[in-house]
Design a binder for this molecule. Structure first.
Ligand SMILES: *Cc1c(COP(=O)(O)O)cnc(C)c1O
Length: 336
């Protein structure tokens, strides 16, 4: 058994999740017959204050369906330089959707500066792509978008006639950490994608939430992208379970991340960024990162290969407070 800090995607379904999945009532969801998928979509829509939901196999497909629904061929979307949709989804929006990305570097707090965004909105002129959509991420690299910023973004989008999509893969982390309801955090956005398979711990799946009309259109894209699933109620059952049982416990992951941050900050040679949710970023500036990574691996701790950038450590359902003690001790030894 490894202590796996590479990502919160590594969680394995608990016995309770597996049990729920095995009892799921199912039907052919492409024909609209799966009652459990319908229940998940309704539950998630209610939790985010949107009219309708669409269950998809991955967050990547969820974001892509949203972008394809918001934008036409030749449209443009504004997005963070290190946002998942832009950087980690194979360029799907550009390649499959002919949607031009206009990336912009995030500020230190994870936000996209509105004055810089304003300068990137193209005039209505046939030399330019049509700027159609602003896509944000919350949390983004473990950071929570500030409440005031979300309000400002809503008026910014209205002023510039842009649609708003939120990649809320970890929206519930932001909600639990701030005490703000997910409905409020999702409020400014026409469409929101949430991941069930990150810290929430479901084995598979994301849900896209938006208006009923939007979801109807998005379902066309989902089918085209190969995301029409049949007896997917088995997977949706896991999604329902984690939405009902694993949200509050994200606070434990945040607590463990803070504990890890404090522990590592005391080790000479390591610099650690302040923690807001379940991600710790460590700068190995003064130690040999790949050496540390290898030493930890021998002790049964996975942190992912060292790339020279800040190392990300992620807490989740499968990491206990005791594991953190063990990890901090192991780091101390590895950095000595
Ligand atoms: C994980 C993640 C996604 C979706 O990833 P999939 O692996 O396709 O489910 C989207 N956005 C962010 C910010 C993520 O971390």
């Amino acid at each position: 058994m490894f202590i796996d800090l590479r990502s919160d995607t590594v969680t394995k379904p608990t016995p309770a999740i597996r049990e729920t999945m095995s009892r799921a009532e199912v039907g052919d969801d492409v024909m609209g017959d799966d009652p459990t998928v319908a229940r998940l979509e309704e539950l998630a829509a209610g939790m985010l204050g949107k009219e309708a939901g669409m269950f998809v196999p991955s967050g990547t497909q969820s974001n892509l369906c949203a972008l394809l629904t918001h934008c036409q061929r030749g449209d443009e979307y504004l997005v963070g330089q290190t946002a998942h949709t832009y950087l980690f989804e194979g360029g799907g929006a550009a390649i499959l959707g002919s949607i031009q990305p206009q990336p912009l570097a995030q500020d230190e707090d994870g936000t996209l500066a509105l004055d810089k965004l304003a300068a990137l909105v193209k005039p209505d002129d046939f030399h330019f792509a049509r700027t159609k959509l602003l896509c944000l991420e919350n949390t983004t690299w473990g950071k929570i978008l500030p409440r005031d910023y979300l309000n400002a973004v809503r008026s910014f989008a209205s002023d510039h006639q842009l649609s708003l999509h939120l990649d809320g893969a970890r929206l519930f982390n932001a909600s639990v950490a701030t005490g703000e309801s997910a409905i409020k955090l999702a409020g400014p956005f026409e469409s929101v994608s949430i991941c069930l398979s990150k810290g929430l711990g479901a084995p598979v799946g994301s849900v896209l939430l938006a208006s009923a009309d939007f979801i109807k259109e998005a379902k066309r894209w989902r089918k085209m992208l190969g995301g029409g699933m049949r007896q997917s109620g088995m997977l949706a059952a896991a999604g329902i379970f984690v939405l009902e049982n694993h949200i509050e416990r994200l606070a434990e992951d945040h607590e463990n991340a803070r504990k890890l941050c404090d522990g590592l900050a005391g080790i000479p040679g390591l610099k650690v960024d302040p923690v807001q949710t379940n991600m710790v970023f460590v700068d190995f500036a003064q130690v040999d990162g790949s050496q540390v990574s290898q030493t930890l691996e021998k002790k049964g701790i996975k942190i992912g290969g060292y790339t020279g950038a800040k190392q990300r450590l992620v807490t989740h359902l499968g990491i206990s407070s005791k594991d953190i003690d063990f990890v901090v001790d192991a780091f101390e030894e590895a950095c000595a």
